[in-house]
Design a protein around this ligand. Structure first.
Ligand code: GLC
Length: 442
């Protein structure tokens, strides 16, 4: 190659670089959510047709694992013309919820794709915040039967699909393999082992759970309630929370929360507090979601690497029960990039995205086949255990209703009063019954 041709090539590479940088900047300047503002953009659209780089904004809660970054890196590599900008929302699902409601009710276009807690799709669909996904699902031939049915159902409302299952959560029980010989199988065994083992290997606490007044308290309570055979609402959508079973469950919760093997400030504990204390090696047992396995084995953050295992939660009179949690992906109804947004939703909820989030983030896939994948099975023996698939399938959902936030508030207030000793378990159950009935009747 002679000098002149080399020079021309150099000029070409530089101008291409400048052109691409200009396109990227344009995406950034518009907050990633504009496609048609200003004449410059329109000019680009004509020239670059559908390959024009676009930036979408993806809002999600706090992720203490490397999973989100890894999924986005893989997506961007596969889709060089779509850039994903992350927007971090609060770790507390209730606070995130309220911020989304504020944004979406004013038809903001700022966010394109967002993570939705399994308890939101019905409400968000009804409020017209979300884009229906059926046409995309059909167009790309997505096999919804490859997912756990409960996770698909959580994203359905009025017969249409509003959210794609991203990962599922079921409450799990963590224990320290360097301290515990046989993990407890009942709440009473937990209480006696926690008392006995607290203090070993430098631990301060026997047990950690989520008892603050927020959504996580509801999931913990549902586990106690279902493990004693109680229910909040039944199959006919009747409120049935005031039962001897629920009362017994609340009493057991009061016993655990009031014990001296939990932190003094357990009533401020959410997932983050649990995770921080746990990976510092402060407790023998903990209840959390599957992602904490990944943090437990994170060499940089954890002091208990390779000393942790997961098991089913302890049982009450009826058996062991896990609350159904998890996160879905939805598209803002007013997104200006619905096609690019869908490409991202499809990737993150598809086999590649879910595998990354399982391996890098310890999250439980919603695609059944991934449980046969050796790398997913390596995350924890629980993922490799067919019984765990049962747990996921039979996890107990929270009431599915567009007024879920009201139901949750009632439970949060009444349960917190029971845990602080302001009222008895009987009073809590009766108050929940009365207030929920009134809310549902409105
Ligand atoms: C987890 C669950 C979610 C639940 C929340 C409660 O994020 O996936 O469903 O609402 O915890 O804190």
């Amino acid at each position: 190659m002679n000098f002149k041709r080399l020079f021309m090539l150099f000029v070409l590479v530089i101008s291409l670089g400048v052109f691409l940088a200009a396109c990227n900047n344009e995406g950034e300047e518009t907050g990633g959510s504009s496609g048609g503002e200003g004449s410059e953009t329109e000019g680009n659209t004509e020239e670059a047709a559908e390959d024009e780089p676009v930036t979408i904004v993806y809002a999600r809660g706090v992720d203490t694992t490397p999973a989100t970054d890894a999924v986005i890196a893989a997506f961007e590599e596969a889709h060089p013309n779509i850039k994903v900008e992350q927007r971090e929302m609060p770790a507390d699902t209730g606070q995130s919820h309220d911020q989304y409601v504020t944004a979406f009710s004013s038809q903001s276009t700022e966010i394109d794709v967002f993570n939705a807690d399994v308890i939101w799709p019905a409400e968000f669909a009804q409020a017209n915040y979300a884009l229906e996904l059926d046409r995309f699902i059909e167009q790309d031939g997505i096999d919804m039967e490859a997912y756990f049915p409960g996770t698909v159902a959580a994203g359905k409302f009025n017969g249409r699909q509003w959210a794609m299952p991203q990962f599922t959560d079921a409450g799990v029980f963590y224990y320290r393999t360097d301290i515990v010989e046989e993990p407890p199988t009942t709440w009473d065994e937990l209480i006696s082992q926690a008392q006995e083992l607290q203090g070993q290997e430098g631990t301060e606490f026997g047990y950690l759970m989520q008892a603050a007044q927020y959504e996580g308290l509801i999931t913990n309570a549902i586990e106690y309630i279902a493990s004693y055979g109680g229910q909040v609402v039944d199959e006919n959508n009747e409120v049935v929370v005031n039962s001897p079973e629920t009362i017994k469950a609340i009493e057991k919760m009061q016993e655990v929360v009031g014990s001296d093997f939990v932190p003094d400030n357990i009533l401020n504990f959410m997932e983050t507090e649990t995770e921080n204390a746990w990976i510092e090696g402060k407790a023998v047992f903990a209840r959390n979601w599957p992602y904490m396995m990944s943090s437990s084995n994170d060499e940089e953050r954890s002091s208990i690497v390779d000393n942790v295992e997961m098991a089913m939660l302890p049982a009450g009179d009826e058996g062991s029960a896990a609350a159904l949690g998890g996160w879905m992906t939805m598209i803002n109804r007013y997104s200006e990039h619905p096609e690019a947004a869908w490409e991202f939703v499809k990737f993150i909820s598809g086999p590649e995205g879910q595998k990354i989030s399982a391996v890098e983030g310890g999250r439980a896939p919603t695609l059944v086949e991934l449980y046969d994948d050796p790398e997913v099975q390596e995350v924890s023996s629980l993922f490799a255990n067919p019984e765990f698939r049962e747990v996921l399938q039979t996890a107990v959902p929270r009431p599915v209703t567009p007024i879920y936030p009201e139901i949750s508030d009632i439970m949060q207030i009444e349960l917190s009063k029971a845990l602080t000793g302001e009222q008895t378990a009987e009073e809590a159950a009766a108050n929940m019954q009365e207030k929920m009935e009134a809310a549902m009747a409105e």
